[in-house]
Design a protein around this ligand. Structure first.
Ligand code: SF4
Length: 268
């Protein structure tokens, strides 16, 4: 079973990328589970045709005898969707949501299949963002970033976390690469490729900004489902293929802030 985690700054497009990636894996006949860990708990919404599924944390507050059907919902392509959930924005759960989710899924023996995709917020706002990496769940991390300084900054912070956690025996996380989710900035592809090189990794996919994404979202679907023949759907299929073939996993070296800013200036 491959356990793949997408990390990145809030609002960078992780959930869109994760959901399309899961849909592309499912299209290949793989048994896929997607677990969202984000205070917005909307990671799996497009796979669920706009439905906000109840979160594990919410369900646990209500009752103790949870069954699989209470927390695992089947979405597009048979993808099993789970939302770890979280508290009110700004309060933070220090990882309780995601820990409880892992424990429950393990107890139910439901953490299985060909691929588990974790969609995890990369800002350190909720204090639990390292959990999937720390406890050996997320073995391959992909950073989702644009060329904007703040999203590179968040990606760089996650590199620090991977490097630190890789020293622990329970953590097996390694960086698989960087996904550039374009904001249509000048020189963005070159900037993110160079950032990837400097941290000791590589850019595995450049995802262009495309209105197919918005069109799919307003129709409450992934691009793979809404516009399967579009070039954007092929971009996500390409990403899925690259990830499946990728065995080049590294411990990254984070940049210091001066280096990061200098890099961003050089590509303006
Ligand atoms: S750690 Fe908790 S609050 Fe943070 S995103 Fe995950 S479930 Fe939500």
């Amino acid at each position: 079973m491959r356990q793949i985690a997408l990390y990145g700054k809030g609002g960078i497009g992780k959930s869109t990328t994760s959901a399309n990636l899961s849909a592309a894996f499912a299209e290949n006949g793989l048994d896929v589970m997607q677990i969202g860990c984000d205070p917005k708990h909307d990671s799996t919404r497009m796979l669920m045709h706009g439905r906000w599924i109840p979160t594990v944390l919410e369900q646990m507050y209500e009752r103790k005898d949870l069954e699989m059907d209470d927390v695992i919902f089947t979405g597009f392509g048979g993808v099993r969707c789970v939302e770890a959930g979280g508290p009110e924005p700004g309060i933070g759960c220090a990882g309780r949501g995601i820990i409880a989710t892992f424990q429950l899924l393990e107890k139910m023996k439901a953490l299985n299949g060909d691929v588990v995709v974790y969609d995890v917020l990369g800002d350190v706002v909720c204090g639990g963002f390292a959990m999937p990496m720390r406890d050996g769940y997320a073995q391959e991390v992909y950073l989702v970033t644009s060329g904007e300084l703040m999203s590179l900054y968040a990606a760089n912070n996650i590199c620090k976390a991977i490097a630190r956690l890789s020293e622990r025996s329970t953590a097996r996380c390694r960086l698989g690469g960087v996904i550039c989710n374009s904001k249509n900035m000048d020189n963005e592809r070159e900037l993110v490729a160079e950032f990837s090189r400097l941290i000791g990794s590589k850019m595995v996919q450049f995802v262009p900004r495309d209105k197919a994404v918005q069109a799919a979202e307003v129709n409450q679907m992934t691009v793979i489902e809404h516009a399967p023949a579009s070039p954007q759907a092929d971009v996500y299929r390409g990403l899925a293929k690259t990830i499946l073939a990728n065995d080049d996993l590294r411990i990254p070296t984070a940049l210091d802030l001066d280096e990061l800013e200098k890099l961003a200036r050089a590509y303006l």
